[in-house]
Design a protein around this ligand. Sequence first.
Ligand SMILES: Cc1cc2nc3c(=O)[nH]c(=O)nc-3n(C[C@H](O)[C@H](O)[C@H](O)COP(=O)(O)O)c2cc1C
Length: 215
Amino acid sequence: MMDSDITGKAVESMDPGGSQVEQSSQSHQGLRKPRILLAASGSVAALKFELLCHCFSEWAEVRAVATPNALHFINRNTLPGNVLLFTEEDDWCTWERIGDQIVHIELRRWADILVIAPLSANTLAKIAGGLCDNLLTCIVRAWDYSKPLFIAPSMNAFMWTNPFTEKHLLAVDELGMALIPPVSNRLANGEVGTGAMAEPSHISSTIRLYYVQHI
Ligand SMILES: Cc1cc2nc3c(=O)[nH]c(=O)nc-3n(C[C@H](O)[C@H](O)[C@H](O)COP(=O)(O)O)c2cc1C
């Protein structure tokens, strides 16, 4: 169990090691709610992260991760009270010596499903290339691909249609990540174009349906 005196968070269910196998099988039998790790990167659609947390909280146990740039768009004080938000500080402040638990590994172990919504062009490029320079990208780099990982990109239409995007999407598709495509909507600069994140309710219902059918 992660020490609450280190994280300052009562993460009682983050029990690593042997008990995890038991927890997973309990999930399959419907004895507990699915565990969704919901991550935001620095797209303007992170303004909808609070709504995303509410949508997923209706049917799942939710932990949240935000990159430093996502925090420009998220008011952590208005997230649902039952959703714990993890940031860079948590990853660095909880580890002091060999043997201490590491947040990105424990979150990776805890989650049944990882959802990155919104996924910025920058974080897409990083995960496509295997970079792991923050809490979110470390979780992805350590991810167990026998568990689902969904991405919901959100970016300016010029970024979305840039050739890099297709290359990076092909790379993450090969890894087994599932794409929830962006839609045409009003973008950060007010223009309308394709690249806006799918609606939170659509993202939540898509993943709920997947969970019911596959897990
Ligand atoms: C106001 C503003 C809005 C932005 N919106 C987006 C966006 O919707 N999608 C995107 O990919 N990048 C967007 N960016 C750029 C990213 O924030 C930038 O690439 C950042 O490095 C992403 O960091 P992260 O991927 O580590 O979270 C925006 C930047 C600003 C200043």
